[in-house]
Ligand binder design. Sequence first.
Ligand code: AHN
Ligand code: ZN
Length: 332
Amino acid sequence: MKRISILPLVTVLIVAVVACSSNKRSVNEAEEKRPAQQVQVPTFQADSAYHYIEAQAAFGPRVPNTAAHRACGDYLAAQLERFGAKVFNQYADLMAYDNTLLKARNIIGAYQPESRKRVMLCAHWDSRPYADYDPDPKKHHTPILGVNDGASGVGVLLEVARQLQQQAPAIGIDIIFFDAEDYGTPTFYRGSYKEDTWCLGSQYWGRVPHVDNYNARFGILLDMVGGRGATFYQELFSKRTAGKEMKKIWETAHRLGYGAYFPKKEGTEVTDDHVYVFNLRQIPCVDIINYDPKGDTGFGEFWHTTGDTMEQIDRATLQAVGQTVLQVIYNE
Ligand code: AHN
Ligand code: ZN
């Protein structure tokens, strides 16, 4: 009796099922990948950020009430203008710890100002009038150049601004350069105590924002983001008040390969502009700030010394921070 082999039929069926299922899988994969592929995130140019840092340093210390401060303020506003932002200048007379009247200026660059979906990116642009942590006590009254502490965050954000002009993300962005962050009570001061002497520019902005009822989904503050081998531990006020956003930023940095700069470990709590952004405007704001667990100040050996110069800056750190910020805002 002649038996008909079913082997060819079985083979055909298996091949058909496999082909069909793998075909189905590739369709699903394409669908899953599409949203991620659609967002083209621009490449951050660290050289360009480095140049903007040098340009600020070239003015000298940007201490409020000095010619260098006024000239640098004009430079920053002109740069934001050149990069297509709508620029707001907030001039304010602010009282320092010793009752000195500071002629302060917050500088804001708005992108897509009509959009209600917004993210704010900020940094302080002033530099400290005192190197009160300098190893040489004779220098404690010398103004600092504030290259890492001040110019680095602003330099990164100017490069972000340049990118925003070339390719708009889906949301509105406000770049805010706060003034008078670093005029806080020096260690050598023996006069009467005053509260909240740091972050005078952001305190003013928090009470009088550049736009009535200003709001944003969240903010990112950059402070000391250019140091060689910097480590951005998770600052505790940010973790408590903007934990979700902090997690997103750190995970983004790790995915991009910058995990060494962004340890998923707790740092300390720092009084910085983000505290006033949250307390006065209820906008969760993450402080990306260098934390050196080995040093005695926690900020690094350069901090509030005459050594805070261009030599501190490493393009690789600027790249890690700048690319992470771009990745976050273009995916928002
Ligand atoms: C205090 O030292 C209280 N806060 C640190 C904030 C700061 C100063 N960031 C840069 N310079
Ligand atoms: Zn400082």
